[in-house]
Design a protein around this ligand. Structure first.
Ligand SMILES: [Zn+2]
Length: 246
């Protein structure tokens, strides 16, 4: 149907196209913002992943992608360079992992779980100008539809933690031990509920393990965890060899 708004919409869409970056966020191929190969790398299928060593209390974790160089660049472009158009494909990848976590837990559709993202430090959100994981989680909810009850941002830091980058598995666990809690004012939103904890990348599992501990301490039932991508020994070695994310 043609309405007076159709023309405006077409112009708006064209302007949006013009404003999109013209190189693939994953492999830097010119002419698109995410090439087919990199989009396919995000699509999975989701798999159960286990860090080695596995932190005690870690729930079953599902990931859609391997954290290889292209996927790392996509996550980084969204997170650090505010390439917000990537929230949709990242959200779809997270949604698929959430679906797998719900299927793995055997949860009936009547008991749709909430998605609880691990919290970002406030100073980090301020310096980035956005909260990438929250944006991805909201995009994921629209992909999972009625199988989730929405997003619950209930976790917060109860003390300062160091940046996890460059820490060993043992150091990460120590850095995060007891660092998170359910904000008392948000407790009613999750108490007694089933939740899936979500994050962008699984490395050692320390963050998801600590988030799970904090939720369980507040009487929340954590049925699983879901991430966009998980590091494997192979992908970590390749990232190191590739000289970082650029
Ligand atoms: Zn690409």
């Amino acid at each position: 149907m043609t309405t007076p708004w159709s023309g405006f919409r077409a112009v708006a869409v064209a302007l949006l196209d013009l404003s999109l970056p013209q190189t693939c966020a994953g492999c830097r191929t010119a002419g698109c913002w995410l090439c087919r190969r990199c989009a396919a790398a995000l699509r999975g299928p989701p798999q159960r992943v286990r860090p080695t060593p596995e932190p005690p209390g870690l729930p079953p974790v599902y990931a859609s992608a391997a954290y290889d160089l292209a996927v790392a660049r996509i996550v980084n472009a969204h997170k650090e360079h505010a390439r917000l158009e990537l929230a949709a494909p990242l959200g779809r990848a997270l949604a698929a992992a959430v679906q797998a976590a719900i299927d793995g837990a055997g949860v009936s559709s009547a008991a749709a779980p909430l998605l609880v993202p691990v919290p970002s430090r406030r100073s980090t959100v301020r310096s980035r100008g956005h909260d990438p994981l929250l944006r991805t989680t909201r995009a994921a909810v629209s992909g999972v539809g009625q199988r989730t009850a929405g997003v619950a941002t209930v976790l917060r830091h109860r003390r300062r933690v160091a940046d996890q980058a460059g820490l060993s598995a043992h150091e990460r666990a120590a850095n995060l031990s007891g660092a998170l809690e359910v904000a008392p004012r948000r407790l009613a939103a999750v108490h007694g509920r089933a939740v899936v904890v979500v994050d962008d990348v699984l490395t050692t599992g320390a963050t998801l393990g600590e988030a799970t501990r904090a939720l369980q301490a507040a009487g929340v039932r954590v049925i699983g965890a879901a991430v966009v991508a998980a590091t494997t020994k192979r992908s970590a070695a390749r990232l190191d060899a590739g000289g970082g994310l650029g």
